[in-house]
Ligand binder design. Structure first.
Ligand SMILES: CC(C)(COP(=O)(O)OP(=O)(O)OC[C@H]1O[C@@H](n2cnc3c(N)ncnc32)[C@H](O)[C@@H]1OP(=O)(O)O)[C@@H](O)C(=O)NCCC(=O)NCCS
Length: 135
């Protein structure tokens, strides 16, 4: 697991596409800006050939982390990579808690130390919210 660099973008976008996550692949320049944004921490898991097999992207102020994306390639799941990526974010952000929403990985997050809250994802209030669909 290492810090995300621009050379990892293609691997990250390929993982998103395979998972059916369209937001980053639909605009690679915006994706790169987001992954490298001030206040963002992005880490990648690489295989022995340097291919991206997982990534995690989060925003933090050094107290709370907001987890934006976490994804491990299907062939590499259940080997502790997801857990490692989460741990790496805590270390790099030096934060005390991580908040997130999920509808696909409850069992994974429940396997980590946690408390449960109800979550919401809000969208822009103007008509422009529909631009590109709501994700
Ligand atoms: C969620 C995800 C990142 C987990 O990555 P991973 O590398 O498989 O996770 P780990 O191997 O570190 O799992 C640690 C533990 O979490 C639990 N766990 C992980 N995935 C699980 C699943 N699908 N069902 C039940 N428990 C699971 C297990 O206790 C696991 O330990 P074990 O494999 O020894 O039983 C991965 O499944 C994934 O990319 N899913 C699709 C994308 C997604 O839903 N991301 C989260 C969006 S909010």
């Amino acid at each position: 697991v290492t810090a995300f660099e621009a050379t990892h973008l293609g691997g990250v976008l390929a993982l998103c596409t395979a998972e059916g996550w369209p937001t980053f692949p639909s605009d690679p320049h915006r994706a790169l800006r987001a992954l490298l944004a001030a206040g963002a921490t992005t880490v990648v898991a690489l295989d022995a050939d340097g291919e991206v097999i997982g990534f995690a992207h989060a925003l933090s102020d050094g107290v709370t982390i907001y987890l934006a994306e976490l994804l491990v390639a299907p062939a590499h799941r259940h080997r502790g990579i997801g857990r490692r990526l989460v741990s790496e974010l805590f270390d790099r952000c030096d934060a005390v808690r991580m908040d997130l929403i999920t509808d696909s990985a409850e069992a994974f997050y429940a396997s980590l130390p946690h408390r449960r809250y109800a979550g919401f994802r809000l969208y822009r209030l103007s008509g422009r919210a529909a631009e590109g669909g709501q994700r």
